[in-house]
Design a protein around this ligand. Sequence first.
Ligand SMILES: Nc1ncnc2c1ncn2[C@@H]1O[C@H](COP(=O)(O)OP(=O)(O)OP(=O)(O)O)[C@@H](O)[C@H]1O
Length: 197
Amino acid sequence: MPENGNRKGEKKVMLRIAVTGSPGIGKSTVVVKAAEKLADQPGFKIGGIQTAEIRKEGTREGFSIRDLATGKIGILSSVKGSGPRVGKYHVNLEDLEKIGANALRNALDCDLIVIDEIGPMELKSEAFVSAVETVLESDRSVLAVLHRSSRHPLAERIRKEFEVLTVDEGNRDELPERIAGLLSRRLGETNHSRPGQ
Ligand SMILES: Nc1ncnc2c1ncn2[C@@H]1O[C@H](COP(=O)(O)OP(=O)(O)OP(=O)(O)O)[C@@H](O)[C@H]1O
């Protein structure tokens, strides 16, 4: 896609997809694979966040958070620490805000904003919630992982506004291709809607 800046004349054709499903079913993997397929397309700019487990000697000790655009990585939560608790983990509000919320705000010129994930840990931070709301108010396409059972107003809003796909063992292998295809076609529509193209 051409540099963003002035998108005057560009039709708003953003696509909002959320994947949800049981713990450990493969939600993050679907999002990573879909984003990788799209990143292979020349000029397709992806921003946002990715979370992953931190394991030590086979035991899960917490989660990391990564800014997809800069590669900057921090601690989202840890069994050690002092932040608000979610299960046995303490949420690290500092990195959630410095890396997570900032990554979302800095992704507003991207073709696709990835938010992995919108769940109980991330929703502990008002700054993060506010950054997600800013993304929702933008005209950017979004691919998010949505926690299955969160009743937080932001999670409920996403359920209403996004196309929600439930990952299961039967569809998790084909979903990345399907999602990448949907987003890729939408990008094509965006380019074709630009004047002079
Ligand atoms: N299509 C697949 N086939 C086989 N294994 C898979 C597939 N997708 C994911 N996995 C494996 O399942 C595990 C969990 O994957 P992933 O972290 O993507 O799940 P998740 O639903 O995002 O988990 P969580 O609920 O903890 O956020 C990983 O070990 C991953 O390698």
